[in-house]
Every structure is written in structure tokens, then in C-alpha cells.
Design a protein around this ligand. Structure first.
Ligand code: NAD
Length: 397
């Protein structure tokens, strides 16, 4: 459970609110039996509605990976409850997980998405759950969903030609980069042009974060992915790295010095951006972390134990529900525009992400300074206050 006693105490949360937030509102475990790619006899999938006070719709991405579990999907749905509330969006927290290889070919993923819609069509058509991409899924899989529902507002993160939002693909990275810049200025009292950054993950979030930070003058000195890493103390050329990665499917072996993927956490850099998977900064490696600022691009990359240890040694951690919320902020815009039929430009999307995240950053910072609490606890507290207000107005408390 994300909400701990300390946060509850900080905001004097009512018992019933804590009880309602401690468990998901609704959990669907289903199995794909007919729409299966070669080599699969059955595929397990989950759809979790964590808290529906601010929804439906419940919003959160679809993760496709062999490691997906019901427990992980539930934790990610819980995270979405707080992220959506923190951004003050009219969305409950949801998440879907499909237990299948994230590296399957496109055609196989299309078959799976067809099966996914077949099983939860009602949830999608009714607008109860509005998916978006997450690890292992992207715009193509969102297009698969639209091809089945024929409803633009039933899914976000679609390609632009079918009602996707220009700038949605970059939005999470845009938000992470915005928060890195603001945090460097606030906590390191530096300018981005004097800042070194290491990024774990070079998928959607990691690669766009790198591009936007490089654009602002930051030096990206190390990048890793699931297969390995690359390092250059003079700064990695991100456009080159993107080109290499598009050809080879990995950043490993691209110029510079090769880097063991576990070593990214040990580098003496100003900022560390975990932008791959959960639980990567843990009790096992936290003692080696030298960066004094960690900005969470991924969802739940820091375990509770590591979070405490980082706090103790004075490192600042900007939590996922704030740092990587650019994607869901843009998704809200996409969903609204799909309903109204209006269009937008990439720059407008970037401005919306930037303005929303900076406004919430200031709110969280203010809470943290007044209550002498970490940014994670403060972000959770601000989000929970909004949830309590909503649950109360619906007569739940
Ligand atoms: P992605 O599938 O596009 O990319 C994932 C990247 O992580 C790849 O480079 C992959 O090689 C790397 N990776 C996977 N396992 C790894 C490992 N064990 N060690 C090192 N690198 C590893 O996924 P994404 O959409 O960029 O999502 C990344 C993270 O950001 C996830 O935690 C996701 O939940 C979170 N997130 C994504 C979005 C979004 O809009 N895509 C929004 C908010 C949060």
C-alpha cells in the first residue's frame, strides 16, 4: 500500500478513506483462449480498477510483459489513483496487464490486442477503462484497440491519424525533462547546462527524456537498456543513439564506452533518471547511488527500503506520480479532444504538460517545506487530500 501511516497522519486522513484506498475497488482476471499468437496456449490478463472515486473513466496503461502479475498490476493501478488525483484529472486509477513477451512481433501483439478487446469490450465501450501505452505496448497497439471499438475516446496514445494527440508520444519524456530542469535549479542550485545525467531505459520515456534534456544543454553521460549500456563523459549524441537503437534494437555497443547495465546506478552524476522498470533502486544497490537527485521516469523504480536510505543520505527523490505524469496529462487532453472532435498542435501539448507539472511541483514543494516531509510523502499527501474531498462529495466517507 502506497499510503503509509506517516502520510495519513500528516493530513489527518479519515479511517474510512484509508480503508477504501487500501484495496482495489474491482479486479478482473481473465484469460485469452482463442486469439493467441504462435507458441501460446493461453494468455492471462488483468484489469484492475483501484479507486473509482474520480472516475469512471479509470485511466492507466496496458503493460505487456512475461513478468506481469496481478500484484504488480494492482500496485500500478494504485499508483494511477494517486497520479491522476495529484494532477487533478477527472480519472480514477486503473491498469491492465497482459502476461506475454514484450518483444513479440507486431503481428502477434495485434492478435493479442484483438483478444484483449474481445474479453473486456464492455469495459472499453462503456468508458469504464480508457487504456494507454505502457511497457511493451505503444501507439500501434492502441490503434488495434481503436480498430475494434471504433470509438476515439475509448483509448489514448493512438497514432495521430486516428485522433491521437500530436506530442502524446513525447509527453512523458517532456514532463520528466521539465521536472529534471526545475529540480536541478531548486535542489542543486545549478543550470542544466552544467549538469550530468544518467538514464536507465531507452524506450519511450527514456529516449524522449534524453532528447529534451540534451536540447536544454544537459550532458547525458550514460544510458542503459535491458541488453546493456553505453557511456561517454563528454556527452552522448542522442540523435546518433536513437538511430543506432532503431537499427540494432539496443543501446549496447553504440560508440563511447560500454557499460554494464547494473553499473548505471553507481555513476558519479548529478541526476539519475530510472526510466525502465520497477524496483531497480533497492536495498541491494542503494548504498552505491552517488547522484544527489533522482527523478523517477519509470513507475515505482525505488523500493521503500531504498527510498528511506536515500532520504537518510540527503538525496532528493522526485516521485513517479509527479515526474512521469506528463503522459497522463496529455492523455486527458487526447480524451477530451476525441470527445469534442477538436484538434491541437504539438507545442500546445508540450505547454499543457509543462504548465500542469510545474504548477503541481510547486504545490508539492510547498507542502514538503511546510510539513518537513519528503517529496514522495508530500505528493501522496496532496493527492490523497484531493481523493478524500472527492470521496466525501460522493458520500463514500
Ligand atoms: P518501453 O517499453 O518503451 O521501454 C522500456 C525500456 O526499458 C527499454 O529501453 C528496455 O530495454 C528497458 N528495460 C527493460 N528492462 C530493463 C532492465 N531490466 N534493465 C534496464 N533496462 C531495461 O517502456 P516505456 O513506455 O518507456 O516505460 C518505461 C517506464 O515508464 C515504465 O515503468 C512505465 O510504467 C513508465 N511510464 C511510461 C509512460 C508512457 O507514457 N510510456 C508514462 C508513465 C510512466
Amino acid at each position: 500500500m502506497l499510503l503509509d501511516e506517516e502520510v495519513a497522519r500528516l493530513i489527518n486522513a479519515p479511517e474510512k478513506a484509508l480503508m477504501l484506498l487500501s484495496e482495489p475497488d474491482r479486479v478482473v482476471h481473465f484469460r485469452l483462449r482463442r486469439h493467441l499468437p504462435p507458441g501460446y496456449k493461453l494468455i492471462h490478463a488483468y484489469l484492475v480498477y483501484h479507486n473509482t472515486a474520480r472516475g469512471p473513466p479509470c485511466k492507466g496503461g496496458i503493460r505487456m510483459s512475461n513478468d506481469v502479475t496481478l500484484e504488480e498490476t494492482t500496485q500500478l493501478a494504485e499508483l494511477m489513483t494517486y497520479k491522476n488525483a495529484l494532477m487533478d484529472l477527472p480519472f480514477g486509477g486503473g491498469k491492465a496487464g497482459i502476461v506475454a513477451d514484450s518483444k513479440l512481433l507486431r503481428a502477434s501483439k495485434a492478435v493479442i490486442m484483438h483478444g484483449f478487446v474481445h474479453e473486456v469490450r464492455h469495459e472499453l465501450i462503456s468508458g469504464n477503462y480508457v487504456p494507454a501505452p505502457d511497457l511493451g505496448t505503444g501507439p500501434a497497439e492502441m490503434a488495434d484497440i481503436f480498430s475494434e471499438t471504433h470509438l476515439r475516446e475509448s483509448v489514448t496514445g493512438k497514432p495521430v491519424g486516428i485522433g491521437g494527440l500530436p506530442g502524446r508520444a513525447e509527453a512523458t519524456g517532456k514532463g520528466v525533462a521539465t521536472i529534471v530542469e526545475r529540480s536541478v535549479e531548486e535542489f542543486l542550485k545549478k543550470d542544466l547546462s552544467n549538469t550530468t545525467v544518467a538514464v536507465q531505459g531507452f524506450g519511450n520515456v527514456g529516449s524522449w527524456t534524453c532528447s529534451f534534456l540534451e536540447e536544454k544543454g544537459a550532458k547525458i553521460v550514460a544510458v542503459t537498456d535491458v541488453d546493456g549500456g553505453t557511456m561517454n563523459l563528454n556527452g552522448i549524441d542522442i540523435a546518433e543513439l536513437k538511430k543506432y537503437c532503431a537499427e540494432k534494437g539496443t543501446v549496447s555497443g553504440c560508440g563511447g564506452k560500454s557499460l554494464n547495465k547494473e553499473d548505471i546506478f553507481k555513476l558519479d552524476v548529478d541526476v539519475l533518471v530510472p526510466a525502465a522498470i520497477g524496483g531497480v533502486i533497492s536495498g541491494d544497490n542503494v548504498a552505491d547511488v552517488k547522484a544527489s537527485l533522482i527523478v523517477e521516469g519509470a513507475n515505482a523504480p525505488t523500493t521503500k527500503e531504498a527510498d528511506k536510505a536515500l532520504d537518510k543520505k540527503g538525496a532528493v527523490v522526485v516521485p513517479d506520480i509527479l515526474a512521469n505524469a506528463g503522459g497522463v496529462v496529455a492523455s486527458y487532453d487526447e480524451w477530451r479532444k476525441a470527445k469534442s472532435g477538436s484538434k491541437t498542435k504539438k507545442e500546445e501539448t508540450f505547454n499543457t504538460v509543462r504548465e500542469t507539472l510545474l504548477e503541481v511541483f510547486d504545490e508539492v514543494l510547498d507542502f514538503s517545506q511546510k510539513k518537513k516531509a519528503s517529496l514522495r510523502k508530500s505528493a501522496l499527501a496532496v493527492a490523497t487530500l484531493r481523493l478524500i474531498d472527492t470521496m466525501s462529495s460522493r458520500g463514500w466517507l
